[in-house]
Ligand binder design. Structure first.
Ligand SMILES: Nc1ncnc2c1ncn2[C@@H]1O[C@H](COP(=O)(O)OP(=O)(O)O)[C@@H](O)[C@H]1O
Ligand SMILES: [Mg+2]
Length: 221
């Protein structure tokens, strides 16, 4: 088990009220599989993902990476070294080329520029980006290409845990399929654990395990 949630409780406290979102979530995630998290809008899918991504800590219970609770880790280090996140809106750095976007996490880890560039080009090739697009800016790439660059950047994070919040939310059916097939291949061939929040029924059908967020807990469906 690479990631485990144990009795996770989380509420948002605003000035006016308290929203209890997660009410004792238990779930386990293994390498080599693609997981889905589904559920109604506002049910807490993004919240649970942000706990897994080390953006926040639970008020009670634990998020464990290979047995170590995130509450006992340096969260900045966790976010940089342990987990890669992909978003619906891609979130590539607009003033960096595709290659530079992929180099970025490696440079943060101190990989030398030449070496980072070489590996970045390989990752872009792995996700099916044509070499003519390597040195273009994100704005000149299609949505499907931008998401593939985001996946290449996630590969450059050198972790085995990949989280994605609605990774196909801005893509058409054909591009969604390309992205999901790519994520499935990463899980199968590189032993990644991939966790996807989605509400796309076609996507759900292709996942190994699907959890539904309902009344503040995750249930296997
Ligand atoms: N920063 C926040 N402050 C207060 N309430 C929030 C905040 N973020 C989300 N919520 C509330 O928490 C609940 C769960 O949100 P979220 O995890 O984003 O759901 P989902 O991703 O399933 O749509 C919703 O009721 C939402 O309004
Ligand atoms: Mg959400």
């Amino acid at each position: 088990m690479i990631l485990e949630l144990k009795d996770v409780i989380f509420s948002y406290n605003t000035r006016w009220n308290r929203v209890d979102v997660l009410k004792g979530v238990n779930a386990g995630f293994e390498r080599g599989k693609v997981y889905g998290i589904v559920g109604k809008s506002g049910s807490g899918k993004s919240t649970v993902l942000s706990l897994m991504a080390g953006i926040t800590l639970p008020q009670s219970g634990q998020v464990l990476l290979e047995g170590v609770p995130t509450s006992e880790m340096d969260l900045q280090e966790y976010r940089r070294d342990k987990v890669a996140v992909i978003y619906q809106s891609f979130r590539l750095l607009p003033l960096l080329t595709a290659v530079e976007n992929v180099m970025y996490p490696m440079e943060l880890r101190g990989v030398k520029r030449k070496e980072a560039q070489k590996r970045a080009e390989q990752y872009l090739e792995d996700v099916g980006i044509p070499s003519t697009a390597y040195y273009r800016f994100p704005a000149t790439l299609s949505g499907g290409e931008q998401q593939r660059v985001a996946i290449a950047r996630a590969l450059a994070c050198d972790t085995h845990l990949m989280l994605a919040d609605e990774p196909t939310g801005n893509l058409d059916g054909e591009n969604s399929e390309i992205i999901i097939d790519l994520l499935r291949r990463l899980a199968a061939e590189r032993n990644y654990c991939v966790i996807i929040v989605t509400h796309d029924v076609d996507v759900m059908d292709k996942l190994d395990v699907v959890y539904r967020m309902h009344d503040g807990v995750l249930v296997k469906r």
